[in-house]
Design a protein. Structure first.
Length: 317
């Protein structure tokens, strides 16, 4: 079983985990349910913490975790240019933001919410080792930066909304978000972010674009045009910031793991194999990558409370 991501203490741990995950994903692609189960064991605490922080509901967070791993089963080898951790965190965040938007409110508190509240804007769970780079990153970032980054990452606020919430102008909001994610990157370097030498003013825009919160103002339009012009450095920086984003949920307090979540995931997979056999396929068939041209994915039944999903619709996952 891969080591629990909750034991992350250094960037080397993260990169070592990524190497191990690639080997496990190859087993998942070959149809190994135990391999998928080991990834659920490893990443469920992290994803449940992220979903609980965003949705303020353990039950909703568990449904998001189920969706993420069922999509991973259907398309295990897609988006191989990212680490598995970044892919899972990105998709869990995407699904959680979609649920928030469907509610019509970004913050809907449940009775269980007080126990899920972080101690700071970005949170700092008791499992974070004292003196670690994670603790230092959270504690050294001043309040406005923390709050701006938390609004962007956990609530999905766009730059103009962050500006209105903090009573600052959009340029300052963009600077806060960009500088905050850059600070995380500099402390916990898990990917390359070089900065564009042609347009150094786009560093904060690249961070906000990676978060999906860059507004359609003049800076946003100019940055998107710059990306469309083919700047390989800025494209790589956006990808690097998406890796950096995956570090943020490690700061959160992790809720107790519900073993039923894993059982529901594996049960849905077994049902999908039975359904495939009934349609004339093999009950032992491996998952098919839905990204492969002309190759349908094995249907996975939706569990109660789940909503149909399109993997990586807005984050390239």
């Amino acid at each position: 079983m891969p080591p629990q991501p909750s034991l992350f203490t250094t960037p080397q741990d993260y990169l070592r985990q990524a190497d191990q995950d690639r080997a496990v994903l190859r087993r998942v692609a070959a149809g190994d349910e135990d391999a998928l189960g080991s990834l659920v064991d490893a990443y469920e605490p992290l994803l449940a913490a992220l979903g609980s922080r965003m949705l303020w509901s353990v039950a909703d967070a568990e449904e998001v975790v189920q969706e993420v791993f069922l999509d991973l089963w259907k398309s295990p080898m897609s988006a191989t240019e990212t680490t598995l951790c970044a892919r899972l965190v990105g998709f869990a965040r995407e699904r959680s933001l979609l649920r928030l938007r469907e509610r019509g409110s970004r913050l809907l508190e449940h009775e269980s919410a007080p126990s899920l509240r972080p101690t700071g804007a970005l949170g700092l769970g008791p499992q974070v080792p004292k003196g670690s780079v994670l603790e230092r990153t959270a504690k050294e970032m001043h309040g406005d930066k923390q709050r701006a980054l938390a609004l962007a990452f956990y609530e999905g606020y766009r730059i103009s909304e962050i500006a209105a919430t903090l009573s600052i102008d959009s340029a300052k909001a963009l600077e806060l978000v960009g500088d905050a994610l850059l600070a995380v990157h500099h402390e916990v370097t898990v990917a390359s972010v070089k900065g564009c030498t042609k347009r150094p003013e786009f560093a904060c825009a690249a961070a906000a674009h990676a978060l999906g919160v860059l507004d359609g103002d003049d800076v946003a339009e100019r940055f998107r045009s710059h990306l469309d012009s083919g700047c390989s450095t800025c494209k790589a920086d956006v990808a690097g910031f998406r890796e950096t984003m995956a570090i943020l949920p490690f700061l959160l307090q992790q809720p107790p793991v519900n073993p039923d979540v894993k059982e529901r995931i594996l049960f849905a997979i077994r049902l999908s194999r039975v359904a495939a056999a009934d349609l004339g396929g093999s009950a032992d068939a491996a998952p098919m990558d839905a990204t492969a041209e002309g190759t349908p994915a094995i249907p996975v039944p939706e569990l109660p409370g789940m909503t149909p999903s399109t993997p990586g619709a807005s984050h390239g996952l």
